[in-house]
Ligand binder design. Structure first.
Ligand code: NAD
Length: 417
C-alpha cells in the first residue's frame, strides 16, 4: 500500500499518481507533472505605520506552463506555507486545463495578517510583493489574481506597481482588477454562475426537473450567496437551507435569498432569520435535498458523514469540500458529484476573459460574458461526463483524467520529453 500523504502537496501528488496510472502516462511526463517548474521565495520589507520596517515572507509557485502562461491567485494569510501554495498551484494547472483556458497553473502568497494591517501598510506590502517578483510575472509569463484575503483594490495596486516598473500601463498582467482599471463585467458572480451552468447539465444527465428541485447551500459569502440567488432566479429551484460560520437556517417552503442577504448584512449572520428555524451546519449537509452546495470550507464531507448525505447531487463550489475517501462513498451510493475544480472554474474562466479583454483593449458587455461562460462551463462538464461514462469512474477522477491528459499532451507536443 502507498504511503499516506503527510502534506497537502503530497496529496496533490498522490492524486496525480493515481491518474497517471490510469492514463498509462509516460514516466518522464509523469515526473515533470509531479513537481513545480519554479518556486520564488522573497523577503518584502514594508515601512509600517509606527515607523518600523517589517520584513514579510512571500512566495510564487509556477507549477506548469505547457499550455500557456502560469495563472493563479495571491493569498495574504498568517498561516500561509509553501506546501499549501505548491498544492494550490498544481490544482490551478488542472483547473485551467479542464475548462480549456490557455493557461498553466501557479499560486502566490504572503505570510501576513491583513486583518491587523492598515490600508497604507497593505498597499506597501502589495507593491513590495510586486517589486520582489515582477521579473517573474507578466501578461505572457504569469498572471496573478485575487485569492484568500486579497481583493480588487490590492490587484489595482499590484497592477499599478508593475506598470510603473515597466514604464507603461499594463492591465494585462493581473486579473480581478476593479472595473475602472481594466476589470471585467460578470467577475463578481462568475464562480457561482459557472457552477449553475454545470448544475443545469448535471440535471439533464440525471433527468431532474430543476423547477421543482430543492437546494441547501453551506456558506453565504461571495460564492454561496450568489449561488443562492442564481439557483433561485435562473433555475426556479427552492432554497430550503443556507448557513454561514455561525450556523444554518431551514424553511421547507423555501427561503427568499435577497431577504436572507439583507438579514445577514443587518445582523452579521444568516441565523435567527424570522421566516426560518435555526439548524446546524451538520444538519444542513444531511438534508434530503436535490442539490447540496458546499460553498464554504474544505473537508466538510468526509468518510464519516458521507454515508448520511441524501442529496441527489453535490455541486462542490468550495475548494476541497469533499475528501477523496468521501467522494468514493458518494460515488458508490449514487450521489452525483460535480467536482470542485470543474464546478468552481467559472471564476478563472472569467479571469481568462478579463485577460483577453485587457490584451485587446476592447471590453465585452455582460451578456457576452455570460454567454461565453455558459459555453465554456457546459463544454467542460460534457467532456468530464463523457470520460466518466466511458471509463466508469467518478466525475472527480474523470475531471483529473481530462485535465492531466491535456497538460501531458502539451508537454509531449512541445518536445519536453
Ligand atoms: P467568503 O469568505 O466570501 O465566504 C465564505 C463563507 O463561508 C462565509 O459565509 C462564512 O461565514 C462561511 N463559513 C466559514 N466557516 C464556516 C463553517 N464552519 N461552516 C459554514 N460556513 C462557514 O469566501 P468565498 O469567496 O465565497 O469562497 C468560498 C469557497 O469557494 C472557498 O473554498 C473558496 O476557495 C472557493 N472558491 C471561491 C472562488 C471565488 O471566486 N470567490 C473561486 C473558486 C473557489
Amino acid at each position: 500500500m502507498d504511503k499516506k500523504p503527510s502534506s497537502l502537496f503530497e496529496s496533490a501528488q498522490a492524486q496525480l499518481d493515481e491518474v497517471a496510472r490510469m492514463l498509462n502516462l509516460e514516466p518522464s511526463i509523469h515526473a515533470i507533472l509531479r513537481e513545480p517548474m519554479r518556486e520564488v521565495q522573497v523577503s518584502i520589507p514594508v515601512k509600517m505605520d509606527d515607523g518600523q520596517t517589517k520584513v514579510f515572507k512571500g512566495f510564487r509557485v509556477q507549477y506548469n506552463n505547457a499550455r500557456g502562461p502560469f495563472k493563479g491567485g495571491i493569498r495574504f494569510h498568517p498561516d500561509e506555507t509553501i506546501d499549501t501554495i505548491r498544492a494550490l498551484a498544481a490544482w490551478m494547472t488542472w483547473k485551467c486545463a479542464v475548462v480549456n483556458a490557455p493557461f498553466g497553473g501557479g499560486k502566490g502568497g504572503v505570510i501576513c495578517n491583513p486583518k491587523e494591517m492598515s490600508r497604507g501598510e497593505l498597499e506597501g506590502l502589495s507593491r513590495g510583493y510586486i517589486d520582489a517578483i515582477w521579473e517573474f510575472i507578466g501578461p505572457d509569463k504569469d498572471i496573478p489574481a485575487p485569492d484568500v484575503y486579497t481583493n480588487p483594490q490590492i490587484m489595482g495596486w499590484m497592477m499599478d506597481e508593475y506598470s510603473k516598473l515597466k514604464g507603461y500601463y499594463s492591465p494585462q498582467v493581473i486579473t480581478g482588477k476593479p472595473l475602472a482599471i481594466g476589470g471585467s463585467l460578470g467577475r463578481v458572480d462568475a464562480t457561482a454562475r459557472g457552477a449553475v451552468f454545470t448544475i443545469i447539465e448535471a440535471a439533464k444527465h440525471l433527468n431532474i426537473d430543476l423547477s421543482t428541485a430543492t437546494a441547501a447551500i453551506q456558506g453565504y459569502g461571495n460564492v454561496g450567496s450568489n449561488a443562492s440567488l442564481l439557483i433561485h432566479d435562473m433555475l426556479g429551484s427552492k432554497i430550503i437551507a443556507v448557513s454561514d460560520s455561525k450556523g444554518g437556517i431551514y424553511n421547507k417552503h423555501g427561503l427568499e435569498p435577497r431577504n436572507v442577504l439583507q438579514h445577514k448584512e443587518k445582523t452579521g449572520s444568516v441565523i435567527n432569520f424570522p421566516e426560518a428555524e435555526n439548524i446546524s451546519n451538520d444538519q444542513l449537509l444531511e438534508l434530503g435535498v436535490t442539490i447540496l452546495c458546499p460553498a464554504a470550507l474544505e473537508n466538510v464531507i468526509t468518510e464519516e458523514n458521507a454515508p448520511r448525505i441524501k442529496a441527489k447531487m453535490v455541486a462542490a463550489l468550495a475548494n476541497g469540500p469533499i475528501t477523496p475517501e468521501a467522494d468514493e462513498v458518494l460515488n458508490h451510493s449514487g450521489v452525483f458529484v460535480i467536482p470542485d475544480f470543474l464546478c468552481n472554474a467559472g471564476g478563472v474562466t472569467v479571469s481568462y476573459f478579463e485577460w483577453v479583454q485587457s490584451l485587446d483593449k476592447y471590453y465585452w458587455d455582460e451578456e457576452e460574458i455570460h454567454r461565453q461562460l455558459n459555453k465554456s462551463m457546459t463544454k467542460a462538464f460534457r467532456d468530464v461526463l463523457t470520460e466518466s461514462l466511458k471509463r466508469k469512474v467518478s466525475m472527480r477522477i474523470a475531471a483529473y483524467i481530462v485535465a492531466v491528459a491535456r497538460v501531458a499532451e502539451a508537454v509531449r507536443l512541445r518536445g519536453w520529453v
